[in-house]
Design a protein. Structure first.
Length: 114
């Protein structure tokens, strides 16, 4: 998993983008989560969906809240053009996205086994 995280963080496209526009790297990292959510049949991740997934033990409460938190941060970047995002923040955001993607993969694998 460490190797996978390293590859995800040090993806050349991500590194190029973060050097130019760290704020946009937040959006591309969030797109990875949105894509994975759609793969498992979740079109819109809401508070109710987070509660449902945690209640059904598909995600932990912490994981569900983390996705909501990442979504809020993404929305702040989109709706506040004056918001300054540091490279460090963008990397931390991407690391958290990786953690979420791992959790969503486990849901996806669970569905595919049935």
């Amino acid at each position: 998993m460490v190797k996978e995280l390293d590859e995800y963080i040090h993806n050349s496209d991500f590194e190029d983008l973060i050097a130019i526009r760290p704020d946009l790297s937040i959006l591309t990292s969030w797109q990875d989560i949105e894509y994975k959510l759609r793969q498992i049949g979740i079109k819109k991740y809401t508070y109710n969906k987070a509660q449902e997934l945690a209640g059904n033990n598909k995600l932990t409460a912490t994981q569900s809240k983390l996705i909501l938190h990442l979504k809020r941060l993404r929305n702040k970047v989109v709706h506040n053009p004056n918001l300054v995002v540091s490279e460090e923040t963008a990397i931390e955001y991407r690391e958290l996205c990786f953690e979420v993607l791992q959790a969503l993969d486990s849901i996806d694998n669970h569905f595919n086994k049935k």
